[in-house]
Design a protein around this ligand. Structure first.
Ligand code: BDR
Ligand code: CA
Length: 313
């Protein structure tokens, strides 16, 4: 079993990543930390609580993390996100409010404590801006030597961004945080648009979730149908950004990964661009594995089977 913490800005594809972690027999979900991005942090945290309650998983603790980027007090993409994910982050679908509340401890402190407790056994998957994790590393630098694997959904190396030609949404929200993590020397896997836009989930999949008859199956089908409706019709489905990051942690064999020293442009027109670090081109032991290929049929099938098993329970 993989001990995992998810750091989410929930968000419809974040919600799919959460469902995968709940449904996977290989993941032991230790907790969820919430960040800003698709929605304000508190909205995303409440979405997670409500989904956990719907999926009978109230034992999983949920912590609120930061509400804005490390060096900027801004929130730049809310209008775009409100269109793609709905204003409530879950496609305007109503999910019953959980009786459970978030924990009082901050998400950043929970990350620090968990690394100290589980060390290299722990896998941290971020599917929003990388603010919480970077702040944890800055607040408690001693965890750097203890931390295990980190998988991030974010960035784009071989394809253009989805905010503009350079920038992917999660990195765009906090470029400094991503730069800090990339240059930290830690074991980071970057699951970016290079692979997430190659794997498509369709309405045939969501219909099979609906047909389980369960509340979770029907709710997820409605949420993801909304998400699909916000994609270009030619795609005939939706991209699998955040689920791909969680799946990478369990099934790295689905991915082709390129070891690189990565950095992030933090100024000018290309702010938020994820790119090879020119200052470390000749350095050995690159620490970031950039996903540049994926066995999409295997990934989509694995996601669908795992979600169906959760919805049938
Ligand atoms: C990323 O941006 C968010 O809107 C999604 O949830 C995903 O994490 C894709 O660029
Ligand atoms: Ca996300």
């Amino acid at each position: 079993m993989i001990k995992m913490i998810l750091d989410l800005d929930t968000g419809i594809d974040d919600a799919m990543a959460l469902a995968y972690a709940l449904g996977s027999k290989e993941i032991d979900l230790m907790g969820v930390t919430g960040t800003f991005g698709n929605v304000y942090t508190d909205v995303g945290v409440q979405n997670v609580l409500n989904i956990l309650n719907m999926c009978n998983a109230n034992e999983i603790p949920v912590y609120a993390g930061e509400s804005h980027a490390i060096t900027k007090d801004n929130f730049i993409r809310l209008e775009v996100s409100a269109r793609i994910h709905g204003e409530n982050g879950v496609g305007q679908v109503e999910i019953e409010t959980s009786p459970k509340e978030k924990e009082t401890k901050s998400g950043v402190d929970f990350l620090i404590e968990s690394v100290k407790k589980y060390g290299k056994e722990l896998v941290i998957v971020t599917t929003g801006p990388i603010t919480n994790l970077t702040l944890a590393l800055q607040k408690a630098p001693e965890i750097k030597d203890m931390i295990g694997k980190i998988v991030i959904m974010g960035g784009a190396l071989t394809v253009p961004g989805n905010c503009n030609a350079y920038t992917e949404a999660n990195i765009s929200q906090d470029p400094e945080a991503a730069k800090y993590l990339f240059e930290s020397g830690l074991d980071v896997t970057m699951v970016g648009l290079d692979v997430t836009q190659r794997s498509i989930l369709t309405k045939a999949h969501t219909q099979s979730w609906r047909e389980t008859g369960s509340l979770a199956g029907r709710t997820y089908a409605d949420m993801v149908d909304y998400y699909i409706s916000q994609h270009d019709a030619a795609i005939k489905g939706c991209y699998l950004h955040d689920p791909s990051a969680v799946i990478n942690a369990v099934h790295p064999e689905y991915f082709t990964m390129l070891p690189m020293h990565m950095t992030v442009t933090t100024e000018g027109e290309a702010e938020g661009r994820t790119i090879g670090d020119p200052a470390r081109l000749r350095d050995s032991n690159p620490n970031v594995k950039v996903c540049i290929g994926v066995d999409s049929p295997a990934l989509v099938n694995n996601l669908n089977e795992t979600l169906l098993s959760l919805f049938k329970d």
